[in-house]
Design a protein around this ligand. Structure first.
Ligand code: NAP
Length: 258
């Protein structure tokens, strides 16, 4: 069913990012209210300006996900039909040399904050669809992105387990997790993008946003976005995991040496 027939209000966390921004455009055309959330008020205002004239009434909320008290207050007041979490960080480096502070922030943003969101929303017991964005790095360990890969794998495991609990308890909270391959955004440094074959292999954020809308409209709880990546995942399941990790390491290491 079309989103505009079932939903009125959506919230995007990480609305200033490559994917969040495009998703905001799509949602602003369809819904009555759209709340743009991010940590940088200037960038949020920019996105809001870009969307001026679209159907949705827009508002912005400044929130740093690393501020746990602010995050809790935000969830307490939260009221929407749809919440899409597009916030995330990645650090590309030799895993053992990633600074502990960066590693802690990464886990807070990519894992603990989404888990807290899920817990609070389930406890509030109000009807909402919560969408988390995940990565192929959750399915195949990515050398040189070890912390990112692990945080996405942990979030996937947590989400799939809770999805089952929710479906057995008639909860009004609907939880979805969508796996993305490489997308043309600024989350990964250019040298890594080049090592991965340049932007040819990356999906455009516009296309990702449109596909996300399709899966949300179908109430899909788990999906890999993009036919090319669905095929890749199927192929990956046939090969020994060790081979895939070695292949990934060879590719990704090229980015380190640039
Ligand atoms: N791009 C890819 O290739 C790819 C592949 C698979 C999965 N994903 C996932 O898709 C999601 C969106 O990624 P993207 O590619 O759009 O990345 P992006 O362009 O770097 O955007 C990341 C967003 O997260 C926000 N953010 C980071 N730290 C934050 C914090 N402490 N508090 C609040 N917001 C914070 C950023 O805000 P600022 O604007 O203030 O920095 C930005 O809006 C992430 O979960 C990512 O892991 C991306």
């Amino acid at each position: 069913m079309k989103m505009e027939d079932t939903m009125k209000k959506a919230i995007i966390l990480g609305a200033t990012g490559g994917i969040g921004r495009q998703l905001a455009k799509e949602l602003a055309r369809r819904l009555d209210h759209l709340v743009l959330v991010g940590r940088d008020s200037d960038r949020l205002s920019q996105v809001q300006e870009e969307l001026t004239g679209s159907k949705a009434q827009l508002s912005i909320v400044t929130l740093d996900i690393l501020d746990q008290m602010a995050l809790e207050a935000f969830v307490e007041d939260l009221d929407a039909d749809l919440l899409v979490n597009c916030a995330g960080v990645a650090y590309f480096s030799l895993g053992s040399y990633l600074a502990t502070a960066n590693e802690k922030d990464l886990w807070q943003i990519n894992y603990h904050a989404p888990v807290n969101l899920i817990k609070k929303l389930v406890q509030k017991n109000q009807k909402i669809q919560l969408v988390q964005l995940s990565s192929l790095a959750a399915l195949f360990p990515h050398p040189y992105l070890a912390a990112y890969s692990s945080s996405k794998a942990a979030l996937q495991t947590y989400t799939l387990a809770i999805q089952e609990e929710l479906s057995q308890s008639d909860s009004p909270v609907q939880l979805s997790l969508y796996i993305l391959g490489p997308v043309q955004t600024a989350i990964f440094p250019p040298e890594l993008v080049e090592a991965l074959g340049g932007s040819r292999l990356q999906m455009k954020p516009e296309k990702v946003a449109q596909q996300l809308i399709r899966f949300i409209e179908r109430d899909t709880s788990y999906a890999v976005i993009g036919l090319r990546y669905r095929l890749l995942v199927s192929l990956g399941r046939l090969l020994p995991k060790r081979w895939i990790i070695r292949l990934l390491a060879r590719y990704l290491r090229k980015g380190l040496n640039r």
